[in-house]
Design a protein around this ligand. Structure first.
Ligand SMILES: [Zn+2]
Length: 271
């Protein structure tokens, strides 16, 4: 059995603000602490996957730089994808139909969600018939490969959104969001217990949980991106493609900050 774990950091218990986006608030020690919390939550998911019978667990370190998880401390049975996000061929590299389940750890709500922790990225599908967060986008892409999404952790807003789309999914609500920068979290050790139990149950119940599939062709656009995103540079019109997976990757490849030549080191100077 093969399990894919997609990760982000905004939904980790204890994480409330992007201190690293503001140079005046740069706090290396705080950041290391957040990476430790993320690593522990991911490790809880990895162990649960193996305990549920997985032979192979692949972790995608997907937030920002792609270098957040302290991977030397992860369960040595898993493998991890890291490095510059979106420089590879796919946002969810190596995900294909050979996987039995997708697990989402540390997710945040979509852009414009009131009183959610750090909400950003709101994908509009088919003119607004469906709106997707990064978490439900990952689930929809997995759905194109008939892979069910069996677990999500994060604040109460993202778990509610994903549950509205995948009613039988297991969730771990590791914090109650009070505003975009304030939450009431469970203590990290408790968050890890919740994630362990949820991932184990989700994988065990995998056959009951239908893949989240959006039938194609689809029209896709982005209404609200991360703070650094130049939305004016993104397409004024929807991208159309036969599947959500193809539409998403088409869109990604048109975004200015991912449009660099990935076949060779390009403009990168070693310090
Ligand atoms: Zn993130």
């Amino acid at each position: 059995m093969k399990i894919y774990i997609q990760t982000d950091i905004e939904g980790v218990a204890g994480f409330c603000f992007f201190e690293h986006f503001d140079p005046k608030m740069e706090n290396v020690q705080h950041r290391q602490r957040m990476y430790r919390l993320l690593t522990d939550e991911v490790n809880a998911a990895v162990k649960a996957a193996f305990d549920a019978g997985a032979d192979e667990v692949l972790v995608n370190d997907s937030h920002s730089s792609g270098y957040n998880i302290i991977f030397e401390d992860l369960d040595p049975r898993c493998r991890i994808i890291h490095g510059r996000n979106c420089s590879g061929p796919h946002w969810l590299p190596l995900l294909d139909a050979s996987f039995d389940a997708l697990v989402l750890v540390g997710m945040h709500a979509m852009g414009e969600t009131p009183n959610a922790i750090l909400p950003h990225s709101k994908w509009r599908v088919n003119g607004g018939a469906i709106h997707l967060s990064e978490g439900s986008m990952a689930a929809a892409i997995a759905g194109d490969y008939s892979v069910p999404t069996v677990f999500v952790s994060g604040d109460d807003k993202i778990t509610a959104e994903i549950k509205s789309k995948i009613p039988k999914i297991e969730t771990a609500e590791v914090k109650q969001a009070l505003s975009v920068y304030q939450a009431c979290s469970v203590i990290p050790a408790r968050a890890c217990e919740m994630i362990y139990a949820g991932v184990k149950n989700g994988i065990a119940r995998g056959s009951e949980i239908k893949p989240y599939h959006i039938p194609g062709p689809v029209k896709l656009n982005l209404l609200d991106g991360p703070g650094h995103m130049d939305l004016k540079a993104v397409l004024p019109e929807d991208v159309e493609a036969p599947t959500i997976d193809q539409a998403f990757m088409d869109f990604e490849h048109r975004m200015t900050w991912t449009c660099f030549d990935t076949s060779k080191l390009n403009g990168f100077v070693f310090p």
